[in-house]
Design a protein around this ligand. Structure first.
Ligand code: CDP
Length: 237
């Protein structure tokens, strides 16, 4: 088989199901998966813990920027093959998924210094290719030359419903309306910020996730992967 290792960039709005999709694809083709959103969430968690954000004045940018060099963000491989996000060596996977982090992450992610630091780290992960990364700006800013780019589309209501169910399963007390409001607000901030806003790369393949089952999605991605990498065996079941 003459498959070459490639870089796969998956972008889309919040809760569009892109992480699940990216993780499944990576597992299937034996690539590394990197959740770039988790890295922005880890920085946000640090800011919350240190009182660097507050509901009245928002994010204290100078303080957060000063702390950036001391933040080590990474991923720890688990025995079941999944990855947990780490912040200075601590497993923060659970904590970064709370509503509190979700409600602060977009204001943190619009700070250029935060983005520069995380984008550099993300590019480092992709140096040897063989990687699937999902986020907002992966196909436009992090890996503009990625061999395969996917942009995931889904309506805010479908996305909020999905996230609401996830939170319910975790026992988080939250209403559907709150989740929908958070999804809409993050969509707005993510797509209007000055620094690498969320937008579809011109050469991205658009996947409409409202109408596809998980299996159909994975199948579509595997076919695309086969054509972009020359891995003919990729669609074998
Ligand atoms: O999983 P969910 O769709 O809720 O979002 P996420 O991928 O965990 O990302 C959380 C937030 O991080 C987004 O709403 C963006 O504000 C920010 N983010 C970003 O700015 N750039 C990325 N490449 C990834 C995430």
């Amino acid at each position: 088989m003459s498959a070459k290792k490639i870089v796969i960039a998956i972008d889309g709005f919040s809760s569009s199901g892109k992480s699940t999709m990216a993780r499944q694809l990576a597992r299937r083709i034996g690539y590394v998966y990197v959740d770039s959103g988790a890295m922005y969430r880890a920085v946000t968690l640090h800011a919350l813990r240190g009182g660097i954000v507050n509901p009245v004045s928002g994010v204290d940018r100078p303080r957060l920027i000063a702390d950036l060099p001391s933040l080590a963000i990474g991923f720890a491989l688990q025995p079941d093959g999944s990855q947990h996000t780490t912040l200075n060596g601590e497993d923060v996977e659970k904590e970064i998924r709370t509503m509190e982090v979700s409600s602060w992450v977009s204001p943190v992610a619009e700070i250029p210094e935060v983005r520069h630091r995380l984008v550099a780290l993300q590019q480092e992960y992709g140096r040897d290719k063989g990687i699937v990364m999902d986020g907002r700006d992966i196909g436009t800013t992090v890996f503009p030359h990625a061999e395969m780019k996917v942009f995931v589309n889904a309506s805010p209501e479908v996305r909020a419903e999905r996230r609401y169910k996830e939170l319910q399963e975790k026992g988080t007390p939250v209403s559907y309306e709150e989740v929908l409001a958070n999804v809409r607000e993050r969509d707005h901030i993510d797509s209007t910020r000055a620094e690498s806003p969320l937008r579809q790369a011109e050469d991205a393949f658009v996947l409409d996730n409202d109408r596809l089952t998980r299996e159909q999605q994975l199948d579509t991605l595997l076919k695309l992967f086969a054509s972009r990498s020359g891995a003919d065996a990729a669609t074998d079941k």
